[in-house]
Design a protein around this ligand. Structure first.
Ligand SMILES: Cc1cc2nc3c(=O)[nH]c(=O)nc-3n(C[C@H](O)[C@H](O)[C@H](O)COP(=O)(O)OP(=O)(O)OC[C@H]3O[C@@H](n4cnc5c(N)ncnc54)[C@H](O)[C@@H]3O)c2cc1C
Length: 209
C-alpha cells in the first residue's frame, strides 16, 4: 500500500478524483518510443497523464543494436519496458485505439473504441499514422524520412498549429530511430511541462539518494 502511494503522491487528491472520471491534464496518443518516453516525463513531473496505444508500433519488428546505452534489445522488449516505466510514475495506460479527438471548451474529448476521456493537452506520438490529427485540423506536410508519408508541421518546441496540441517522434518528422524518437518524446514533454509550470523542468535523480 505505501509503495503504491509513493509514486502517486506527486498528484493531488483532486487529480486522483478527476482520473476516476477519465479526466487528465495530458493525453498522449501512441506508446511507442516517442509517446512512452514523453509519458515517463509528464507522469514523473506530477502531471496526470493518460497514454493510449493500439498495439501497432513499427518498433515491434525491430532488433535494436544502435540504441545508445543498450547493447542489444528487441523492439517488443523496448516498447514493453517503456510502457512499464510510464505506469510506474503514475501514467494510466489504455491499450485501446483512439477513434477521434475533438476540441471542447476546456480542452479535448478523446474517444476510444471502449471509452471517452478528457484532457487539457494532447501529444500525438502516432508513428506512421497522421489521420487522427488531420481530422482535428493539425497541419501536415509530406515527410522527408524514408518509408514515412505524412508528418505534422511542428515548431522547434513540438507545438502544432492547434493550441495545446503537440507532436513527437516519427509523426513529427524526426529520423525513424528509437534513440531519436524517444529523445524527441522527452524533449517535447519537457517543453510542455516547462510551459505549464512557467519555468524550465530539470528531471535529475542523483546516485545514492
Ligand atoms: C523492421 C524495422 C526495423 C527497425 N530497426 C530499427 C533499428 O535497428 N534501430 C532503430 O533505431 N530503429 C529501428 N526501427 C525504427 C523504430 O522502431 C521506430 O520506427 C521508431 O522508433 C518509431 O517510434 P515512434 O514512437 O515514433 O512510432 P511507433 O513505434 O510506430 O509508435 C506509434 C504508436 O502509436 C500507436 N497509434 C497510432 N495510432 C493510434 C491510435 N489512433 N490510437 C492509439 N494508438 C495509436 C501505434 O499503435 C504505435 O504503438 C525499425 C523499424 C522497423 C519497422
Amino acid at each position: 500500500m505505501f509503495k503504491f502511494l509513493k509514486f502517486h503522491r506527486n498528484r493531488s487528491i483532486l487529480e486522483k478524483v478527476r482520473e476516476e472520471y477519465n479526466m487528465y491534464e495530458i493525453a498522449i496518443i501512441g506508446a511507442g518510443p516517442a509517446g512512452a518516453s514523453a509519458a515517463i516525463f509528464t507522469a514523473k513531473a506530477g502531471k496526470s497523464t493518460v497514454l493510449f496505444d493500439a498495439g501497432t508500433s513499427a518498433t515491434k519488428r525491430a532488433l535494436l543494436k544502435n540504441h545508445y546505452g543498450v547493447k542489444e534489445i528487441t523492439g517488443p522488449e523496448l516498447v514493453e519496458t517503456g510502457k512499464k516505466q510510464a505506469e510506474q510514475f503514475g501514467a494510466k495506460l489504455v491499450d485501446e485505439k483512439v477513434t477521434s479527438v475533438e476540441k471542447t471548451e476546456n480542452g479535448f474529448t478523446i474517444q476510444t473504441e471502449q471509452g471517452s476521456y478528457e484532457s487539457k493537452y494532447v501529444i500525438f506520438a502516432t508513428g506512421l499514422i497522421a489521420d487522427l490529427g488531420e481530422k482535428l485540423g493539425v497541419e501536415t506536410k509530406p515527410a522527408t524520412e524514408p518509408r514515412v508519408k505524412t508528418v505534422f508541421a511542428v515548431d522547434e518546441q513540438g507545438k502544432t498549429n492547434v493550441p495545446n496540441v503537440w507532436a513527437c517522434g516519427t509523426v513529427a518528422g524526426v529520423s525513424m530511430h528509437t534513440i531519436i524518437t524517444a529523445g524527441d518524446g522527452a524533449k517535447v514533454a519537457i517543453n510542455l511541462i516547462s510551459e505549464i509550470n512557467g519555468k524550465r523542468l530539470v528531471d535529475h535523480d542523483v546516485l545514492g539518494n
